[in-house]
Design a protein. Structure first.
Length: 310
């Protein structure tokens, strides 16, 4: 039997493959589809204190090798995501709430609300690139540290942070030192690559309406950056901090590469939006087939064991 289960802070996932926060996870109906699929866990849309309609449409477009989006955090508000937890938990999978805010007191309020819910894990989103006039928190190291301090003070649940991609080793090192001094159990790496631009050359127009066409890049374009982030953080973080890999996972080969780079769990964003809930079964099966061919029985057999050249 090939085992692709994983564990974060004592929470057991039968499969390491699940959805990423964002696509098809805003309503109870969408989340129930994930609950009934072969996903190893259920991740909910990032929620805010107030209900948000998000940015004007078109705000998500599939492109040749992925997607561009500027959703603007449309969500039903943190109270809704508290209220639906008993229904979602009845499917028996780990349930992950994703939390977004403009400043630390908003994070505090939402984190406290989930303490008395039956959510298993909190994902603190420090990396939404799409709210007009608001920078990505993960690029502001002081602000990131402050929010992690507040969450660490109030959370009764295991929690981690969802990070934007970094591109410079100095930034990886600075963020890793903050993370190593925090109470996180895991990082989720990476969010979309912020503020990309697609153009329809025939109409000479941008593809999405918000922010003059700028939006978060997802899908195949971002896999090399995501692998680099997982790999670099695997080198720099204390071994107690697990890594949830996201960014361009479409196949078992992609999943295998992320685990080889050091990931424990994997989340599917654009690929899930494009293929629907049956993708969890397909990618899990493909990953198991690769492991069988290579003679690996569990993810520990190859996690982080990427070879480099002398
Ligand atoms: C949105 C996009 C993100 O990448 C994110 O982390 C949170 C929210 C959005 O536009 O809704």
């Amino acid at each position: 039997m090939i085992d692709i289960s994983a564990n974060i802070s004592g929470v057991h996932f039968d499969s390491c493959i699940m959805n990423a926060s964002g696509p098809l996870d805003t309503t109870l109906e969408e989340l129930t589809d994930i609950a009934m699929s072969r996903a190893g866990g259920i991740v909910m849309k990032s929620c805010t204190v107030e209900v948000r309609e998000g940015n004007p449409e078109p705000r998500y477009v599939d492109v040749e090798w992925g997607s561009i989006n500027s959703m603007g955090l449309p969500n039903l508000g943190y109270k809704y995501y508290n209220e639906i937890t008993p229904k979602l938990k009845s499917y028996g999978k780990p349930l992950i709430a994703s939390i977004a805010g403009a400043e630390s007191q908003e994070y505090r309020k939402i984190v406290e609300s989930f303490n008395s819910s039956n959510v298993d894990i909190l994902e603190i989103n420090l990396s939404c690139p799409n709210v007009v006039g608001r920078p990505q928190i993960g690029y502001d190291f002081e602000m990131s540290e402050e929010i992690m301090g507040v969450v660490g003070d109030v959370s009764d649940k295991p929690w981690g942070v969802k990070l934007p991609p970094y591109f410079d080793f100095v930034h990886f090192e600075e963020m890793a030192s903050i993370l190593n001094n925090s109470k996180i159990s895991f990082i989720v790496s990476i969010n979309s690559i912020g503020n990309a631009l697609f153009i329809d050359w025939e109409t000479e127009k941008v593809l999405i309406k918000p922010k003059g066409g700028f939006g978060g890049l997802g899908g195949k374009y971002i896999k090399p950056t995501a692998l680099a982030n997982v790999r670099k953080f695997a080198e720099l973080l204390n071994k107690r901090i697990k890594i949830v890999g996201v960014g361009g996972v479409y196949s078992g080969i992609d999943a295998f590469e992320f685990i080889l780079s050091g990931a424990t769990l994997l989340q599917l964003g654009t690929s899930f939006a494009q293929e629907g809930p049956q993708i969890f079964e397909r990618v899990s099966r493909e990953l198991k087939e690769i492991m069988e061919k290579k003679g690996y029985a569990s993810l520990e057999d190859f996690r982080g064991k990427l070879k480099v050249m002398d």
